[in-house]
Design a protein around this ligand. Structure first.
Ligand SMILES: [Fe+2]
Ligand SMILES: [Fe+2]
Length: 174
């Protein structure tokens, strides 16, 4: 259990989550609710643990839970930037060192975008680590975000703007 899990009951966090839930109440595509965050935390924890990254549990936890919270402020725009700003503002009140905050905020700011699913599998299987640790985390957060979605059983898949090669398949569930 991470000591900082009290962020999940932090009013600032809950307020963002509630705003997003209200915006997405009729959304037919993937939502950005607490279940999505939990799934990103789970996958990111596994990927970063496999690479032996320092402090992987805490970093995965905060990245997973905070990466989309900026949607409350700028839903269809630069939510990655807003999420990073929110993460920096809230994390200063938590017991976490400044280097970790920098890594978390950098990864969140750079988490948008998707890759062809086959490139993701290659990246995972080759256990790639980027030159700069911040880029490794940004890439892994992006991958965990994409793999958290179950495109193969999504009723809106045919209308979704994700490219066919970006959609997740059941045979490779992380
Ligand atoms: Fe996002
Ligand atoms: Fe996300």
């Amino acid at each position: 259990m991470i000591m900082n899990d009290k962020i999940l009951t932090d009013k600032r966090f809950i307020d963002k989550l509630n705003i997003i839930n209200n915006i997405e109440v009729d959304r037919c595509y993937c939502r950005h609710n607490i279940s999505h965050s939990q799934e990103v935390v789970r996958i990111l924890t596994g990927l970063s643990k496999d690479r032996g990254l320092d402090n992987y549990e805490e970093l995965s936890f905060f990245m997973g839970y905070l990466h989309d919270m900026g949607r409350a402020d700028d839903y269809g725009g630069l939510h990655n930037v807003r999420s990073s700003e929110f993460a920096r503002a809230i994390l200063k009140d938590y017991d976490i060192d400044s280097d970790s905050i920098d890594i978390i905020c950098y990864a969140i700011e750079n988490h948008s975008g998707r890759m062809p699913i086959n490139d993701i599998y290659t990246y995972i299987n080759d256990n790639v680590i980027e030159t700069d640790i911040k880029d490794t985390w940004a890439k892994l957060l992006r991958i965990a975000d994409q793999l958290s979605r179950d495109c193969y059983k999504c009723k809106a898949a045919s209308a979704c703007r994700w490219l066919p090669e970006e959609k997740t398949v059941e045979t490779w569930k992380c």
